[in-house]
Design a protein around this ligand. Structure first.
Ligand code: AMP
Length: 420
């Protein structure tokens, strides 16, 4: 062991488990790519005010969980705690919204940082794949994103998740509701901090998980009863479209999310095998965010799915992904001359697009064959002095156990024939 350890709340991805992470990222991004979302990559840190203004000054993410730093040049930066604000900032900076084609559809994948109390499923460094559709108010877009996320989980083989859906209203109806909720909350027996939160951001109180608070919230006014006609119609259309797609969801009238920028459609994917940190992904519409960060009005919608928790969900359900072996061919050479010949063949196979590994480190036949087995390769190539003398390389199909000598010039064809 080294003197150093991964920092608290973080962990390393190492083989073989790391292959599952890659597969999860791939499966999620495949859905976004299949629907015309283009890849965007933004810096790991941004001006701290982008998040303060975008995510919300009173959210836990901004007040407690951001990793902030002042550079030697005096810039105030923050490691990104989420992706949406950065992606929208990037789209605005590049003027993507002025190029005629709205919505601008983008997907991303990367590391995010929150200084949280670390526990199972909650880390200080975690990984998300996200998708954002910027610049269109269309319930079909909200539906598209929910269907794509559902399809991503489904394609991975997950079954024990639920989709929670709600509408948070818009700038017309939410303020009216906010006041009604505030009046209600002021009459409750709440601790000081919660009362303060009720004044700044009353909707977040609905998200309180403590039983004594939850009990008092049973009769809280519901946003649904305050939605304006436009929001109601919009929400009904989203519900109808995802229902028609066969996606099962639950209306969760108390669903609010930990970020302030959401309007109208909000949703969360929760997995029942994960305990307290059950949200595997979430998202919603954020019609006001662009203006909050100094841009024009650009109604938008998006989601971010957590890669770490999706992997935990797969493990909880006992789903084994059908991962291809890292290499198709493993070459075992005994003796200097054979090493030179086979190493050359390894390069040739790789150049032909066949994933190939080699018995490095000068192990004997037995040790090298063990490595070949462990690699999961379909084919082992074996060459020793006797093979060289006969001008052949032994090609062993590890699945059938069949082995036959092949002339070096015919090796590529022989390998291709087995791999099909
Ligand atoms: P949020 O932006 O908080 O809605 O997060 C979206 C998704 O990212 C969540 O549903 C989780 O799967 C994942 N996520 C958020 N925070 C963490 C964390 N601290 N550790 C692991 N995953 C997280």
């Amino acid at each position: 062991m080294s003197t150093f350890q991964a920092p608290k709340g973080t962990y390393d991805l190492i083989p073989p488990r790391s292959a599952v992470f890659l597969a999860v990222r791939d499966a999620i991004s495949a859905q976004a790519r299949s629907a015309g979302y283009g890849y965007v990559e933004t810096p790991g840190f941004e001006d701290v005010n982008l998040f303060a203004r975008g995510v919300g000054e009173s959210t836990d993410i901004v007040t407690k969980e951001m990793y902030t730093l002042t550079t030697k040049g005096g810039d105030q930066l923050a490691l990104r705690p989420e992706g949406t604000a950065s992606v929208l900032r990037a789209a605005l900076q590049a003027n993507l919204h002025k190029q005629g084609n709205l919505p601008v559809k983008l997907w991303y994948s990367g590391s995010y940082y929150r200084y949280e109390r670390a526990q199972a499923g909650r880390y200080r460094h975690f990984s998300q794949v996200g998708a954002e559709a910027i610049g269109a108010e269309d319930p079909a877009l909200d539906a598209e994103l929910i269907i794509l996320a559902d399809q991503a989980y489904r394609s991975l083989g997950l079954r024990q998740y639920r989709i929670l859906l709600n509408s948070l209203g818009d700038k017309e109806c939410r303020p009216v509701y906010r006041e009604a909720l505030q009046t209600f909350l002021r009459g409750l027996d709440l601790d000081e901090e919660t009362l303060r939160r009720a004044e700044i951001n009353p909707l977040r109180v609905l998200d309180d998980k403590r039983p004594d608070v939850r009990k008092q919230l049973v009769d809280a006014p519901l946003l649904r009863d305050y939605l304006c006609d436009a929001c109601k119609a919009y929400h009904e259309e989203v519900r109808a479209l995802i229902t028609a797609a066969g996606v099962v969801f639950e209306d969760d009238l108390k669903l609010v999310r930990g970020l302030d920028y959401y309007t109208r459609t909000t949703f969360e994917f929760v997995h029942d095998g994960l305990g307290a940190q059950s949200a595997v992904g979430g998202g919603g519409r954020y019609d006001g965010l662009s203006e909050m960060i100094g841009g024009p009005a650009l109604p938008s919608v998006g989601w971010a799915l957590g890669v770490d928790r999706t992997v935990l969900a797969l493990e909880a359900e006992g789903v084994e992904l059908d991962l291809p072996a890292a290499t198709s061919v493993f070459a075992v050479a005994i003796g200097e001359e054979a090493r030179r010949l086979l190493f050359g063949k390894v390069t040739e196979l790789r150049r032909a697009g066949i994933a190939t590994d080699f018995s490095f480190g000068g192990k004997g036949l037995k040790g090298s064959m063990k490595d070949a087995n462990r690699s999961g390769a379909r084919i082992a190539l074996v060459a020793g002095e006797r093979d060289l003398a006969e001008g052949v390389i032994q090609v062993k199909d590890m699945e059938s156990g069949e082995q036959r000598p092949v002339a070096p010039d015919a090796l590529l064809d022989a390998v291709r024939a087995i791999l099909g």
